[in-house]
Design a protein around this ligand. Structure first.
Ligand code: GLA
Length: 398
């Protein structure tokens, strides 16, 4: 197969054209010029399934994202148009009833939460567009909520602190999408910084920016193009397993609030206390938090080999101990790890589908895509997508 055909399935994001397309669509629907907000998707270098145990994560915003055009309409109704779905939707601000599974839920969810906090949201028109491949694991839903929050706050001069927009986005996902997610995705979307990853402490929700200098290597996502149907309920179950572990462990560790409070030196004791079904899950969270710190240190000292090894160890732990991988992700990570010019590869995000994140030598990009594409297609009768990522800034009015 010609290598050229394999070149990145997704074009690099054409930010300005996306924005002007959105403004044009807005003009043609609502005959006025919108205020436009942008919020990016995110990658996570390492630190998976640790955020909801107040642990550490290491995400970054990407340049792909969601654009939201908005303008006041002087009504009590909000009129929406989604460019991706080519669908309209409208709702009364006084009768918000978010429906699980519908894109407009994210708009209604953010409005409901802002209103509950006392913000006087009035009628608006909105157009939503974006270039995040849905289901890729780049967290399009967090980007959508953060973009909506940024747009509404900007339109009505609410000046809502970014951190509150992040908390609304997380709560909206809990209440209206039924996923008990952590803070990582909206946080990275709101606070991302170009060329930097965020070493985020999910106990006090503060971060330190760490420059991502990968030298001859760069990050490439491989989208397995699978999303297992029980992913959301399995995610919630993993979270519950961690909470149950904490309840078992608190007798022996009275000071602990979450698994984040334990270290690798506690593992022996933890194993004696926890049932065999729970121990591997707790072990993942405890070891993953340690890996986040080691990875941040390795990146800072330019030790990319150690950084890559930590990515591989994270995959192993997510797959074997936390059990959130799937055959497709295991296949992609293992194949990538077997290539000499790949320093590290692991599943990224909640799991049960989505992407792997890979640290690949730039000169071998074509070879990498060709080998993975051929092997994956032979095994699973579908070809993966390749998504290059550049680390960009967080949410803003544009
Ligand atoms: C999803 C959730 C995040 C986080 C990751 C796993 O992306 O939204 O809060 O828990 O899974 O690290």
């Amino acid at each position: 197969m010609s290598n050229d055909k394999l070149l990145t399935t997704y074009p690099s994001p054409l930010t300005s054209s996306m924005q002007s397309q959105l403004s044009k669509t807005f003009q043609s629907y609502f005959a006025t010029t919108p205020l436009v907000a942008f919020a990016p998707g995110r990658i996570n270098l390492i630190g998976e399934h640790t955020d909801y145990q107040e642990g550490f994560v290491f995400p970054a915003a990407v340049s792909q994202g969601i654009w939201v055009g908005i303008q006041k309409n002087g009504l009590t109704v909000c009129r929406l148009y989604s460019m991706d779905f080519a669908q309209e939707f409208s709702f009364e601000l006084d009768f918000i009833s978010p429906k699980n599974g519908h894109w407009a839920t994210y708009v209604m969810g953010m409005c409901a939460l802002m209103k509950q906090s006392g913000y006087e949201v009035a009628g608006f028109d909105m157009v939503i567009g974006g270039n995040i491949p849905v289901g890729s694991g780049l967290s399009s839903s967090a980007a959508l909520s953060v973009a909506i929050g940024t747009a509404i706050s900007g339109l009505f001069d609410f000046e809502i602190p970014k951190k509150n927009i992040v908390l609304y986005a997380q709560k909206s996902e809990h209440l209206y999408a039924g996923v008990k997610c952590g803070i990582m995705d909206p946080y990275a979307s709101a606070f991302g910084a170009e060329g930097k990853a965020l070493l985020l402490d999910c106990r006090n929700n503060t971060h330190v920016e760490i420059p991502v200098d990968l030298g001859d290597f760069s990050l490439l996502l491989v989208n397995s193009k699978v999303k297992h149907s029980l992913a959301d309920s399995a995610y919630n179950k993993r979270r519950e397993a961690c909470e149950e572990s904490v309840r078992h462990l608190q007798a022996e560790f009275p000071e602990m609030l979450t698994l984040r409070d334990l270290t690798i030196s506690d593992l022996e004791k933890v194993e004696k206390i926890l049932p065999t079904t729970l121990f591997p899950k707790a072990k993942h969270v405890i070891t993953e938090c340690a890996r986040v710190h080691e990875a941040a240190a390795a990146l800072q000292s330019g030790d990319l080999k150690s950084f890559g090894k930590l990515l591989n160890a994270s995959h192993q732990s997510l797959s074997q101990d936390f059990e959130v991988s799937c055959p497709e992700l295991d296949f992609l990570a293992e194949k990538a790890q077997s290539l000499g010019y790949v320093l590290g590869s692991r599943m990224m995000g909640g799991g049960f589908g989505g992407c792997t994140i890979n640290l690949v030598r730039k000169t071998e990009y074509h070879d990498f895509q060709s080998i993975l594409s051929d092997a994956y297609s032979r095994q699973f009768a579908k070809s993966p997508d390749f998504i290059p990522v550049a680390i960009g800034d967080g949410a803003r009015l544009v």
